[in-house]
Ligand binder design. Structure first.
Ligand code: NAG
Ligand code: NAG
Ligand code: NAG
Ligand code: NAG
Length: 525
């Protein structure tokens, strides 16, 4: 090879380095696919996936807007400038950042066994695209991950970590392949791609059969005996063993919930694995067993109670937190969304917050497609995304500190699930094609998760129009870096012009498009 050709190669190399490389040049657009359910999904595979730019605050006096719509926008970014006045008076949203409400924990989803299996069903590069979509700065930057302790119904088999009868010392406690080969490796990859600290929390569905009243790990049973006895002590130690074993794999939990759905839906299938606790039983288990066990352990893991529907509030809080000793072991209350339509947020969430303002409220489970046996998965259904955003906006406006989705990823059937309790998910994998579909729900969640980091505070937001059925739903938060975020949802089929007023910056004159969600972001100096 002559000197000239080496120079030629070097020039070529230089040219290549200077050329804009698609993945480095910024956001990649959605590749849409319409399955005929009203809107589109974005298709990703091993070599392509839509991405976002890492968030950059706009210069003072400007704002950025991200917009998604039923018509096909997916977190589309645009910029604008504040004005001195509004040309067309109408609906006006005014921020008041001197009114500070609850501090935010964040947003996320659950790494069930099924979610981990569905992720690992893809080729390695497709897995990376999927995990980046959820956790990286080029994705929607989830910071909460819920992990079931042993099986949930979203597993392929029922199991516990110690199925050797009467092993009160838990000598035979061991993690399963679902943990060691699936969930833990996926957690490490998510942790490595995340710029934000991830808050992991774990929830048990069921105990070993020998600890349960029905002698089986399946179905609805209670723990044998009562608080303070060997069954309850062993069950508390089982939590600590779980934290110890995950710690050996360098996975640290921010929190545990005392029990997934202790009053488990009457509507769940008969084999659905759960341990039933009343509020008084949970209080006594925490007081005598779980609270002291956690306090004695080397783990700084917080404890959340309830982890069930808000219909049990504020009663559950009064029973457990009404006991000052039990309350000291508890950091917050975990809530599931399934019965929300029949329970107003004011008399459940807000009432609880007013009674126990030092204990935070966190949504820990939600999903669509429940009870819709033929349509568990509805690819591209915009309304399911709307339902997510409507829930998030409602509960954030009633003192809730964050929102956690159920399975991060499911298959085309809405599983696997060993009691055939199939549901929908924001990401659906088609393993046979090595592709995955990002649903409207994914982008709805992204409108919150990417922009509202842990430690943000909800702020006052006043609407100039009082109405019974308000068309626009909204929330405003102040981020720890001083930037402001406003999320606006329009669930109706027509455009709504409106204005935003930040008393220190001026006005934004804008429109909430039919069936759309928008996030506005700006800084104040
Ligand atoms: C992945 O998706 C991209 C964009 O749609 C497409 O060009 C490419 O052919 C796909 N790759 C495979 C292996 O199907
Ligand atoms: C903003 O909130 C503060 C504190 O709640 C209140 O005193 C003040 O009147 C509010 N300002 C406006 C303009 O509504
Ligand atoms: C855990 O982290 C330590 C220190 O970084 C490292 O030496 C060890 O190999 C890690 N263990 C596992 C199981 O990842
Ligand atoms: C908490 O409950 C326990 C058990 O029911 C009881 O013995 C104790 O007095 C209660 N403590 C307070 C402060 O209410």
């Amino acid at each position: 090879m002559g000197a000239l050709s080496i120079l030629g190669w070097l020039l070529l190399l230089l040219l290549l380095l200077l050329m804009p490389v698609p993945w480095a040049a910024g956001a990649r657009p959605c590749i849409p696919r319409d399955f005929g359910h009203g809107s589109i999904v974005c298709v990703c595979n091993a070599t392509y996936c839509d991405t976002l730019d890492p968030l950059v605050l706009p210069p003072p006096g400007s704002y950025v807007k991200y917009e998604s719509s039923k018509a096909g926008k997916r977190l589309e970014r645009s910029e604008g400038k504040f004005q001195h006045s509004l040309h067309t008076p109408g609906l006006l949203l005014t921020l008041n950042i001197t009114t500070l409400y609850q501090s935010m924990k964040g947003f996320g989803g659950s790494l069930s066994d099924s979610a981990a299996m569905n992720i690992l069903r893809l080729s390695r590069p497709a897995q990376d695209n999927l995990l980046r979509s959820y956790f990286s700065a080029c994705g929607i930057e989830y910071n909460l991950i819920r992990v079931p302790m042993a099986c949930s119904d979203f597993s392929v088999r029922p199991y516990s970590y110690d199925d050797i009868p009467h092993d009160y010392e838990l000598k035979h406690f061991r993690l399963m392949d679902e943990d060691v080969k699936m969930k833990i490796p996926v957690l490490h990859r998510a942790l490595a791609m995340s710029k934000r600290p991830l808050l992991l929390f774990a929830s048990p569905w069921t105990a070993p059969g020998w600890m349960r009243s029905n002698g089986d790990i399946r179905g609805k049973g209670t723990l044998k005996g009562q608080a303070g006895d060997k069954y309850h002590q062993t069950w508390a130690n089982y939590f600590i063993k779980f934290l110890d074993e995950y710690a050996k794999h360098n996975v640290t939990f921010w929190a545990v919930t005392a029990q997934n759905e202790p009053l488990a839906g009457l509507l769940t299938p008969p084999e659905f694995p759960t341990i039933v606790f009343t509020a008084a039983q949970q209080r006594d288990f925490i007081l005598r067993d779980l609270g002291p066990a956690l306090a004695r352990s080397p783990h700084r893991t917080r404890l959340l109670i309830l982890d069930d529907q808000r219909i049990h509030l504020p009663h559950w809080a009064k029973v457990v937190l009404g006991n000052a000793t039990a309350a000291r072991y508890v950091a917050g209350l975990a809530v599931h969304w399934y019965m929300d339509p029949i329970v107003p947020p004011g008399c459940s969430l807000e009432a609880t917050h007013k009674l126990f303002p030092d204990h935070f409220l966190l949504y820990t489970e939600a999903c669509s497609g429940v009870f819709s046996f033929r349509f568990a998965v509805s690819l591209g259904c915009w309304e399911r995304g709307d339902q997510y955003s409507h829930s998030i906006l409602t509960v954030l406006n009633h003192f809730v500190a964050g929102w956690t989705d159920w399975n991060l990823v499911l298959d085309l059937e809405g599983g696997p699930n060993w009691v055939k309790n199939f549901v929908d998910s924001p990401v659906i994998v088609d393993g046979s094609k090595d592709v995955f579909y990002k649903q409207p729900m994914f982008y709805h969640l992204g409108h919150f998760s990417k922009f509202i980091p842990e430690g943000s505070r909800r702020v006052g937001l006043h609407s100039s129009r009082r109405c019974l059925l308000c068309q626009l739903e909204h929330v405003a938060v102040l981020r720890p870096d001083g930037a402001l975020v406003l999320v606006v949802l329009n669930r109706f089929g027509w455009d709504v012009p409106f204005g935003i007023r930040d008393p220190t910056m001026g006005f934004i004159e804008t429109v909430a498009l039919a069936h759309s969600i928008q996030t506005y972001l700006w800084r104040q100096q």
